[in-house]
Write a protein that binds this ligand. Sequence first.
Ligand SMILES: [Zn+2]
Length: 355
Amino acid sequence: MTSNLRIRKADDMHIHLRQGELLAKVLPHTASQCARALVMPNTTPPIVTADDLNNYRNSIQKLLKTEDAFVPLMTFRVMPTTTPAMVKDHKRAGATAGKLYPEGVTTNSEGGVKDLQTLYPVYKAMEEEGLVLCLHGEVPGVFSLDRETAFLETLRTLAKDFPKLKIVLEHATTADAIDTVLKLSANVAATLTAHHLRITLDDVIGDKLNPHVFCKPIAKRPADRDALLKAATSGNPKFFLGSDSAPHPVESKECACGAAGVYTAPVLLPVLAETFESAGHLDKLESFTSRFGAEFYRLPLNEQYIELHRESWTVENQYGGVVPFMAGHRFAWKLSSASSSSKANKTKQTAKSSA
Ligand SMILES: [Zn+2]
């Protein structure tokens, strides 16, 4: 039985790091497990201009310790007001991707895009600049379990009209989405979260209401979760990690109008190691967390490593006033302390779990 796991550090291709005090609290969890993370732009106010992007990057970098060696990959929000010239400015500012939220689908998505067709010149500019288009793939106003499936026709149309544009369907939650992404060209991929590999709608509302696993898109049926898990562990490079870790203070979750988002960052790799092992595919973990995302985004593979070992431990109930995913759960895999190792150890890397 494998007792130690040494893998390339994760690239988390979808994360909410928030701002201010919350940013300072949540960033260390991601910086310790991930070499890079694609930072979502739905801040208040959102990341709309190149100046916004630079300022947000600076506020993240200021909080990093030198030993973190963590690189935030920056995104801008594709708004109804975004222009091709702004896309070029973002590229110059070092943006990795643009994120499009249809109007009103999730946290801070007011002012989102109502008609995706009106932004064709923006997608064209992104295609020319080699910027990835990240889509929150839901149609607002549709019944909540059907919102993602209702969006898939738009995904197919965009993929057909912009064959060279790299498109990511973020946080896929349905078997329909997996099927659609599989049928589209290699320029279309999907991120998968750790929590959607574990939970269904029953975990949210099936017994007692659990606000800490309420998120957008909402977790779906068991058959959908099975399809996500199959995709994540398949070794197909179209599917890679985007945790969508989305912290909210406990009082914003445990209230009459709870916010959407699951805070997976503190337990990200232990959850994934346990999930992949249960599925019998621990050997596929590293490709999912640390290779396929980088390859899709045309980034060099990161050269830092992380170790986990088999040790039972219990997740805390809160980290800094935020309740983590699976709070109180006993995990089989634990992050080894001082597990980050760098380029110097590269040659020892086996890209697989070691016994
Ligand atoms: Zn998100």
